[in-house]
Design a binder for this molecule. Structure first.
Ligand SMILES: Nc1ncnc2c1ncn2[C@@H]1O[C@H](COP(=O)(O)OP(=O)(O)O)[C@@H](O)[C@H]1O
Ligand SMILES: [Mg+2]
Length: 318
């Protein structure tokens, strides 16, 4: 659905986005993640044909994004900008009707379309609300409804969950999953990976305008698992247990907190059980011994180097 090749926007300050090569398959949810200023919006604008690349290409559904394809590209993409104005004095219905007219959808079809879209994203109850009275979550939903009016195949949502409270975030997650279930491809950006990362099939992590890592969540996780993180809970002297572990060549680090040990192990998976056996043999009372789950938050922290942990080099293929 999306394919970029060396896509670059250089603002002349070294900022922007550099050499982005990406592929997003149809029907998937793609999370585009990076801290503020890492180049997410710049990329999205180029994908939508709203900014010209300095170098490289972007294709949407096989169609090169350029000036002569703008109209076709717009019909394929539903774009929700990071900040968008709504007209306060309108109801949500009027707002959607206004944009439906702008998309040149005829009056009769438009009415039906607004109802369908509202039902799809569970926004029917708010159609008569005054836009000025909407909560932030409802405001975002009205924006998504607008992007769906022309029935685009691809939705590009720039930080859709930014500033939402936990409840509205769950609602947003469900909305996105529902859109996937009817066959849409969804690209969403976020500066907080765990925010929506859990629903993504595919993730790309950016920093300072460069792609750090790109792949399915499972691929990225297994890459990180070259170093295995272990959670060990001890009944008794944790420091003594830490000392035993630290003496092992395969142990990279041990952090003690209370009765728990956070252990970073490098080596064959089969060796993990030997560690457990060794602790027990030395008289350590092991309450639990398990492999820490690699969650997306840890992936993000590890690849952006914000936390000690299994580090993936930018050059590593996944
Ligand atoms: N029009 C512009 N001119 C110059 N620099 C820009 C422009 N737009 C964005 N930038 C810079 O490019 C970088 C990436 O910005 P942006 O794509 O908005 O990041 P993000 O969406 O990830 O927060 C930032 O350092 C920003 O200051
Ligand atoms: Mg942005």
């Amino acid at each position: 659905m999306i394919r970029t090749e060396d896509l670059t926007k250089d603002y002349g300050t070294g900022r922007g986005i550099h050499g982005l090569t990406l592929h997003v398959p149809k029907g998937t949810i793609f999370g585009y993640v990076g801290p503020n200023g890492s180049g997410k919006t710049t990329t999205i604008k180029m994908l939508c044909g709203l900014a010209n690349p300095t170098r490289g290409t972007a294709k949407i559904n096989g169609l090169l994004v350029n000036r002569s394809n703008t109209r076709k590209i717009k019909s394929i993409i539903g774009y929700l900008p990071d900040h968008f104005g709504v007209y306060d004095q309108m109801t949500v219905w009027e707002y959607l009707d206004f944009f439906g007219a702008a998309y040149k959808i005829g009056t009769k079809v438009r009415r039906k379309r607004i109802e369908e879209v509202a039902e799809l994203i569970e926004a029917t109850h708010m159609l008569d609300y005054q836009v000025a009275s909407l909560s932030h979550g409802m405001h975002q939903k009205a924006g998504i409804a607008k992007t769906l009016l022309h029935d685009p195949e691809l939705l590009i949502l720039d930080e859709p969950a930014n500033g939402l409270d936990p409840h509205a975030r769950i609602d947003m997650r469900n909305t996105i999953l529902r859109l996937k279930s009817i066959g849409k491809t969804i690209m969403l950006s976020s500066h907080i990976l765990p925010e929506l990362g859990a629903i993504c099939d595919h993730v790309a992590i950016l920093e300072k305008g460069r792609l750090l890592i790109h792949g399915t969540v499972a691929e990225i996780s297994s890459k990180l698992k070259e170093n295995i993180a272990l959670d060990i809970v001890i009944d008794g002297d944790t420091e003594a247990a830490a000392k035993i572990l630290k003496a092992e060549k395969s142990i990279k680090s041990v952090n003690v907190s209370g009765h728990e040990l956070d252990v970073e192990y490098t080596g064959k998976r089969a060796g993990v059980a030997d560690l457990n056996a060794k602790l027990i043999k030395e008289g350590v009372r092991v309450l639990s011994f398990s492999e820490a789950k690699v969650d997306l938050e840890n992936v993000f922290l590890a690849v952006t180097g914000k936390k000690d942990g299994p580090v993936v080099k930018a050059s590593d293929p996944v």
